[in-house]
Design a protein around this ligand. Sequence first.
Ligand SMILES: Cc1ncc(COP(=O)(O)O)c(C=O)c1O
Length: 376
Amino acid sequence: MKPKLTFVNNKLESIKKKNLYREIRFGQVNRAIINIKNKKLVNFCSNDYLGISISDTISRQMQSSSRLVGGNDISFQILEKKLAKHKSQESSLVFPTGYMANVGVISTIIEKKDLILSDELNHASIIEACKLTGAKISIYKHNDINDLSSKLNQHHKRKFVISEGIFSMDGDYANLKEIVEIAEKKDAIIILDDAHGDFTVGEDGKGTPNHFGVTKKIDLYVSSLSKGLGSFGGYVATQKNIIEFLINRSKSFIYTSALPSFLVEYSLKKLNSDREKQRKKLWKNVELLSSGLKQIGYDFDSSTHIIPLIIGNEKTALEFGKYLFKKGVYALPIRYPTVPKNKARIRISVTAWLTKKHIENALKVFELSAKKFGII
Ligand SMILES: Cc1ncc(COP(=O)(O)O)c(C=O)c1O
């Protein structure tokens, strides 16, 4: 266990002493009966008031309650074990969404007296979560290690560095090697939101830290199951004691309904499937589209499946988007407040679904639009 994360143990001890410790039980719901550890019990913990959560098309019944009450389907246990392994961490915890995972993790682990170093381009869920902590928030310039380093010199008992792995609106990688180095030097805890790198980059899609060879250096991974895995949900992978603490304290885990078991099973199915062919196709498509766009004259820093075509002005970006739409290309303009003012852009996300023909045709449209709007 990392010494800088042992503070959670005292908190867990205190929860236990007060008889307030919570544990999740894994069960299987079948109408009015819940099966927990091979014991069939009459279920008085469901919120499926009308008894209609069973479906003809979905093989399993929805659990219709919080995971700490009666909603903890056995499939969570299997999925969480696999996700922990996928991230080379001790344990993991599934949340209903990636947004809720960020809110749940950040607002539970970080306290008022702590210092947060947050990249200026971090996702809205991170920003909202940071506000909930009441801690001092120090925003560092995007991917700027010097700025991060100097801001880490502030004296605080605990310091947290929060970054995305691949930035959602710019498609660039975090300078993770340098972030890890500086965080280690200044004894800061790293929370990484790898929603866009998970399942897409690194060996077997293990994510951005694997891509940079710093897997063991990340303290808390947050990710989404709704992007690279093509399923739904969010999760955190970290040390066992942190997961225990989240189960006991994280409001977006405790006070909400569990993810339906058919979605958990769907994630498991995807996780167990061979995704390498699709990943190869994705990167082939990224290469084809990126090189084509660069040849046209577009300038961008991204080397990933998220490609921003920076337009600048919001009005032009809107018109650009409309033009693409008219020509059969669906790539939307992203404007303030999602991105800074005058940094409006067309955000392209590449998928393995695209064929060579799709990309070639789109490139023709991107060339026409670049000339029409004077972007190149
Ligand atoms: C960086 C980042 N983090 C978290 C999320 C939220 O994930 P989810 O869609 O599973 O709530 C997103 C999705 O937009 C994202 O881009």
